[in-house]
Design a protein around this ligand. Structure first.
Ligand SMILES: NC(=O)c1ccc[n+]([C@@H]2O[C@H](COP(=O)([O-])OP(=O)(O)OC[C@H]3O[C@@H](n4cnc5c(N)ncnc54)[C@H](O)[C@@H]3O)[C@@H](O)[C@H]2O)c1
Ligand SMILES: O=c1ccn([C@@H]2O[C@H](COP(=O)(O)OP(=O)(O)O[C@H]3O[C@H](CO)[C@H](O)[C@H](O)[C@H]3O)[C@@H](O)[C@H]2O)c(=O)[nH]1
Length: 326
């Protein structure tokens, strides 16, 4: 039976995709070192191998034991400000270890690879919305570490029979509407997660990082995509690879954005109370505005969002917070 290898499948996005793959009847093996991932969020039908994507010996064994039809590569380090403080951690975990994974994949003859890339590869775009052909000029080590991986994939796919789809996620938020998994990282830094923790009494306060950006209300604007729509994009990417036998890069977002203040207001509306929100200086590495143009993903794969509504996203994230506290 052919297997889909999901690296980082115990993490926030990887676990949603693992559930979507299992729901679609795929055989899933998850490789995760549980550095930020949570075992309980994995579907019981998936096999968990605890280990590191940079462990060549483990990878060799894994590819000998399983006929891997595709790798979905989520494993990595994801916090932009941490990458500014500790760039080598990011070049190691995101770039070097992915090189090891790619080498093992090429040796084993894995034909397909789906990569979790990021809108951070665009840096501070001159024109919005951002298309896949917009210049890639990341402004932080996180974005650079991911762009380097895209370059590796481009070169590897030219030299070897491996096709890839790099999905450039914009801001991922929300949780599985069925409540099977959600964002579980205790030290989460993402805006919607932080605001939901505050709304459910798990934090005393939160800060808006920067109110002097050149945007309508002075706070940063992001294109928030519901994690279930993003999970569906991965299934579409697999179909695309199987059908077209070529490689591609796709933006994953809705094509419109919300400011930090608008997100905070949406959480306040959904919970029906004011939140204790302070203002603080800009956070290092934050571009003022990022909005995707997702046309290419829609046209090439038939992807259509089903949860494109900020309050729906916030509500699912809040439901998850409430459930995990219960
Ligand atoms: N969350 C977002 O908004 C966002 C946006 C753009 C891109 N991404 C990318 O999506 C991917 C998943 O992000 P997430 O939000 O689910 O993060 P996450 O931290 O919840 O998940 C990462 C998973 O990878 C595992 N992991 C990390 N390093 C590993 C290694 N060396 N070997 C094996 N396992 C390892 C962790 O234990 C965790 O389960 C990342 O590659 C991230 O860069 C996320
Ligand atoms: O407590 C908080 C948390 C965040 N923000 C602000 O909210 C916005 C969104 O911040 P997030 O941390 O939620 O997300 P980022 O835009 O920094 O980054 C996310 O999306 C990027 C792509 O756009 C990368 O892929 C990255 O992995 C992922 O964390 C930023 O302006 C940030 O400064 C606050 O004001 N207060």
């Amino acid at each position: 039976m052919s297997t889909l290898l999901v690296t980082g499948g115990a993490g926030y996005i990887g676990s949603h995709v693992a559930w979507a793959l299992v729901d679609a009847g795929h055989h899933v093996v998850i490789l995760d070192n549980l550095s930020t991932g949570v075992r309980e969020n994995i579907p019981p039908q998936a096999r968990l191998v605890i280990g590191d994507v940079g462990d060549a010996v483990l990878l060799k064994r894994l590819f000998t034991n399983h006929t891997v039809d595709a790798i979905l590569h989520f494993a990595g380090s994801i916090v932009v400000p941490e990458s500014v403080e500790n760039p080598l951690k990011y070049y190691d975990n995101n770039t070097t270890r992915t090189r090891t994974l790619l080498e093992a994949a090429v040796t084993a003859g894995v034909p397909r690879f789906v990569f979790s890339s990021t809108a951070a590869v665009y840096g501070e775009p001159a024109h919005l919305p951002v298309t896949e052909d917009s210049p890639t000029r990341p402004i932080n080590p996180y974005g650079r570490s991911k762009l380097m991986t895209e370059w590796m994939l481009e070169d590897v796919s030219r030299a070897h029979p491996l096709n890839y789809v790099a999905l450039r996620y914009f801001n991922v938020a929300g949780a599985d509407p069925a409540g099977r998994t959600g964002q579980s990282t205790p030290q989460a830094t993402h805006l919607i997660k932080v605001a939901c923790q505050l709304a459910t009494g798990q934090r005393e306060s939160m800060a808006i990082f920067g109110t002097d950006y050149p945007t309508d209300d002075g706070t940063c604007v992001r294109d928030y995509i519901h994690v279930s729509d993003l999970a569906d994009a991965h299934l579409r990417a697999l179909e695309f690879l199987a059908e077209h036998k070529t490689s591609a890069v796709f933006n994953c977002g809705y094509g419109h954005g919300y400011s930090v203040r608008q997100v905070v207001s949406a959480v306040e509306r959904v919970v029906g109370k004011k939140l204790n929100v302070t203002q603080s200086p800009r956070r290092a590495g934050d571009p003022p505005e990022l909005i995707s143009d997702p046309t290419r993903l829609r046209q090439a794969t038939g992807w259509e969002p089903r949860h494109d509504d900020l309050e729906t996203i916030v509500k699912s994230a809040l439901d998850w917070e409430a459930q995990t506290r219960a």
